[in-house]
Design a protein around this ligand. Structure first.
Ligand code: E4P
Length: 220
């Protein structure tokens, strides 16, 4: 499976790349805007934070297919290996088809329905990103949508991977993996929740207390 962080926080990527088996970093325009560092500066910094290896994802801004393709070519030329995120609109689907012909890898993003995700895969997207929590927040069922999407891709577009996104809890991310998704991207707070389970810390504190009670400062 592939694990990504959904952030443009360079320091956090550097810290977590030491701990987690990261394949890379995903971004979107809101994430980059929140970080305050322009895309052309933050992408090389993220690449360096990953140790010079790892896949980066950046999203086009333009609403029309022709401009999306131009932006994607620009991104891909500046950052070799980058996967271009394209919103799964009608224009986005047209752009994904053209980018497939040009050999530029894409991710169909902003996916709120299984059929929409399937269309991105059929248009040639290498990855499809369903928005789990955003759909839940609208009263939908994000996990059920991911289950349907994963099944559809397995049956009809096996070249394309679900890269499940938009999480508020580790449980949402794990449910996607159990549904068979090959990739997930975690926001920093969810990655931190996975690493900092209070019950684990409490268990370790008890081990320390018991050891010190019996042996004082004796080490192994
Ligand atoms: C992924 O493609 C999206 O950019 C991102 O994961 C959306 O997540 P959010 O709902 O936490 O903003």
């Amino acid at each position: 499976m592939e694990l990504y962080l959904d952030t443009a926080d360079v320091a956090a990527v550097k810290r977590l790349a030491r701990i987690l088996p990261l394949q890379g970093v995903t971004t979107n325009p809101s994430i980059v805007a929140k970080g305050g560092v322009p895309l052309w500066d933050v992408l090389p910094a993220l690449q360096e934070a990953l140790g010079g290896e790892g896949k980066l994802f950046a999203q086009v801004i333009a609403p029309q297919a022709e401009e999306m393709v131009k932006e994607a070519q620009q991104l891909f030329a500046r950052v070799p290996g980058l996967v271009v995120k394209v919103p799964t609109t009608a224009e986005g689907l047209a752009a994904m088809k053209q980018l497939k012909i040009l050999g530029i890898p894409t991710l169909g993003t902003a996916v709120y329905g299984a059929a929409q995700g399937l269309l991105a895969a059929l248009a040639g997207a290498e990855y499809v990103a369903p928005y789990v929590n955003r759909l839940d927040a609208q009263g939908g069922d994000g996990i059920a949508m991911v289950q349907d999407l994963q099944q559809l891709l397995t049956l009809h577009a096996p070249h394309s991977k679900v890269l499940a996104a938009s999480f508020r809890t580790p449980h949402q991310a794990l449910s996607c993996l159990l549904a068979g998704c090959e990739a997930i991207t975690l926001p920093l707070d969810v990655a931190e929740q996975l690493l900092g389970t209070p019950a684990v810390n409490a268990a370790i504190a008890t081990f320390d207390k018991d050891w010190q009670g019996a042996f004082g400062s004796l080490t192994l």
